[in-house]
Design a protein around this ligand. Sequence first.
Ligand SMILES: Cc1cc2nc3c(=O)[nH]c(=O)nc-3n(C[C@H](O)[C@H](O)[C@H](O)COP(=O)(O)O)c2cc1C
Length: 168
Amino acid sequence: MSLESIVKQRYSVRKFKDKEVEKDKISQILELVRMAPSAVNLQPWHFMVIRDKELKDRIANTYNRDWLKKAPVIIVACGNHDESWKRRDGKDHCDIDLAIAVDHLTLAAAEQGLGTCWVCNFDSKECAQILELADNLEAIALIPLGYPLSDEIKETPRKAFDEIVSWR
Ligand SMILES: Cc1cc2nc3c(=O)[nH]c(=O)nc-3n(C[C@H](O)[C@H](O)[C@H](O)COP(=O)(O)O)c2cc1C
């Protein structure tokens, strides 16, 4: 599949089939996540793959929407603030690095015919408590993973090219 077709195939999937995701596929996806670039190559990340039903329900409850509970897998993308690069002016690049890695994740999943959705509107502190994360680790995003219920790709509008690009 070309990069263009993978990018066009990815969309935020919020309805999943009641079907297990093969561990091999999850590993292949995370292998591509491992290749993501990061500031100073510090790779300040950790990915927790939650498949256990009881734990998954507890994590899903940190987000106030029922659809997340139906995802067969939730990947918790954690940033390590002890490892991330800080610029001279103090800017922590942890979020940027995590975003790149999670983008790899969503595209790699799309290539496998799997659906994902970024979820950031969750209670990160509660999630960290449930997972007993060390203080330096922040749960930055929840990424549900599963086979999309529908074959239809849901397109959402984008700003026009000229609105977001300027040439100088
Ligand atoms: C950083 C980030 C945080 C997001 N958080 C949420 C969220 O908490 N809940 C949700 O349903 N969607 C969330 N989304 C998904 C966006 O709403 C979605 O990507 C956007 O509307 C474009 O749609 P598409 O992904 O289908 O192309 C988030 C996306 C990003 C990139």
